[in-house]
Ligand binder design. Structure first.
Ligand SMILES: NC(=O)c1ccc[n+]([C@@H]2O[C@H](COP(=O)([O-])OP(=O)(O)OC[C@H]3O[C@@H](n4cnc5c(N)ncnc54)[C@H](O)[C@@H]3O)[C@@H](O)[C@H]2O)c1
Length: 465
């Protein structure tokens, strides 16, 4: 698969010297953070191009947020936008032609679909999850995949703050009673949250946001994490989960779904909690053993709970939250002081906008500069941007199978030229090499491209200039 020179006449290449360039400074990037992915204009940065940007065809499905659409359109790419996903045969027809595809969770990019995507270089998942894409197949065919794992952290943290107060005051129950016509004014076992202790399990993007918000409301914060992490404010890391459980009034889970976090909160952990404590889970449904939670709530050990995620979640909206979906479905609905929400922790307008910006910027950086920071299926490689003082430079990207001796062969080809900087990294069987070469002309670029393409290790060669 080649991005150059199939689309253009290599003999008539001209070098891009666009003065309106605005691309991120690698020095200011921190992989994984939303901030890292902001486009930071540098006055002297050279605007690299794979080929004329108006030749880049982008297909956006599933009503990708306007912020993302605008960023891609402003690049001069040809953007086709559809509000829905497509049936597989229509998707295959459309994907044949495009270089970039943007999807959300409903579009399945299986090996069968990707096999037809002969021009595709990158997939943008404008969402958190990427299991709708065959990541392995994509990597083996040099197709990068990006997503937006952290754009909704604040939205989740704010939901949890709301739930802490709602549980402490039994708001769900009082509201339900009023909806049923019952006036039930009580103060028994209703609390202020000021002065109470919040235990955060997993002090990552969401846990850390929550820590700051909780302290601002007068709570003390303890956290437990497998990594030693700098505390924010006066929060305090504890070495054992048991310590956190025995000292906290409110416990909230913010760990990833891993074998080690499966049923991390079960019968034993409920026993270790204070009597009358509260549990919140907005991480993943596998983290809390729900039958054990039901038992702990029935016995009064746990005074309230809020769940946003479940072991089994329906694919669409409707009357699905019942015992057919999860065996304990009816039992949990009959409990008092439990807030049940349909995985809406990250579902806000702000998060959707941030996802649009984060993923679209990652796509632009990949198409124009070859940067893979944040890719979920390729090694993360970036080189400092070329500047306007480097007009006759080209950036060579060589995605290849990670087999012994390949770098020697590549460097034999690059070695005839002046390589300013070079970086290679591998992930599994796929390696990604990026090199900036100075003093090149059109004929040199063509020669380099053809020689790299002829290597048996090649997956994809791109030349940006
Ligand atoms: N409800 C929603 O809509 C929603 C939205 C976004 C994220 N999430 C989920 O929230 C969770 C946290 O997200 P995040 O962005 O803060 O993730 P993150 O990767 O930034 O942080 C996770 C933290 O958990 C820690 N951790 C990992 N394993 C652990 C273990 N066994 N014990 C203790 N700590 C452990 C990690 O070291 C890390 O600090 C994830 O499961 C994510 O899928 C849910």
């Amino acid at each position: 698969m080649a991005a150059f020179p199939r689309d253009i006449d290599a003999q008539n290449l001209s070098f891009s010297t666009s003065p309106t360039a605005s691309f991120p400074s690698q020095a200011s990037s921190h992989p994984g953070s939303a901030l890292a992915n902001r486009t930071i204009p540098l006055a002297n940065t050279k605007h690299l191009k794979p080929f004329a940007t108006e030749d880049i065809k982008v297909l956006l499905l599933e009503n990708v947020n306007q912020t993302g659409r605008e960023i891609l359109t402003q690049q001069g790419y040809q953007v086709e936008f559809l509000k829905s996903s497509l049936p597989e045969d229509e998707l295959i027809e459309k994907i044949r032609d495009v270089h970039v595809i943007g999807i959300r969770s409903k579009t399945k990019l299986t090996a069968r679909v990707l096999k037809e995507a002969r021009n595709l270089i990158v997939v943008g998942c404008f969402c958190i999850g990427t299991n709708q894409v065959d990541l392995q197949y994509a990597a083996e065919h040099g197709i990068a995949v990006f997503n937006s794992p952290f754009s909704n952290s604040r939205s989740v943290a704010e939901l949890v703050i709301g739930e802490i107060i709602a549980l402490a005051r039994q708001l769900g129950d009082r509201s339900n009673e009023m909806h049923n016509g019952t006036w039930n004014k009580v103060s028994n076992k209703c609390w202020e949250i000021r002065g109470k202790t919040l235990g955060i399990i997993g002090y990552g993007h969401i846990g850390a946001q929550l820590s700051v918000l909780a302290e601002a409301m007068g709570m003390s914060v303890l956290y437990y994490d497998v990594v030693n992490l700098m505390a924010l404010g006066t929060a305090c890391q504890v070495p054992k989960l048991e310590t956190l459980l025995s000292k906290s009034d409110f416990i909230t889970c913010h760990v990833p779904e891993l074998p080690e976090t499966q049923n991390m909160i079960g019968k034993l952990q409920f026993e270790q909690m204070k009597n009358g404590s509260y549990l919140i889970n907005a991480s993943r449904g596998s983290v809390v053993d729900i039958p054990a939670l039901i038992e702990a709530m029935r016995s009064g050990k746990v005074a309230g709970a809020a769940l946003d995620v479940y072991p089994n979640e329906p694919a669409g909206n409707g009357d699905y939250f019942n015992a057919d979906l999860n065996t304990w479905g009816t039992d949990i609905r009959n409990l008092k002081n439990i807030i049940l929400t349909p995985h809406i922790g990250g579902s806000t307008e702000e998060a959707q906008r941030a996802i649009g910006v984060e993923v679209a910027e990652a796509l632009v950086r990949y198409v124009n500069m070859g940067t893979t920071l944040g890719a979920v299926n390729l090694p993360e490689v970036a080189l400092r941007s070329l500047t306007m003082d480097e007009p006759n430079h080209a950036r060579v990207i060589y995605i290849h199978r990670n087999i012994p001796g390949v770098l020697r062969k590549v460097n034999e080809i690059l070695g005839d030229h002046n390589v300013d900087k070079q970086m290679t990294d591998s992930r599994g069987d796929v390696a990604y090499l990026m090199a900036d070469i100075s003093s090149v002309d059109n004929a040199t670029i063509k020669d380099l491209y053809e020689r790299l393409e002829s290597l048996s290790s090649r997956i994809m060669t791109r030349v940006l200039y």
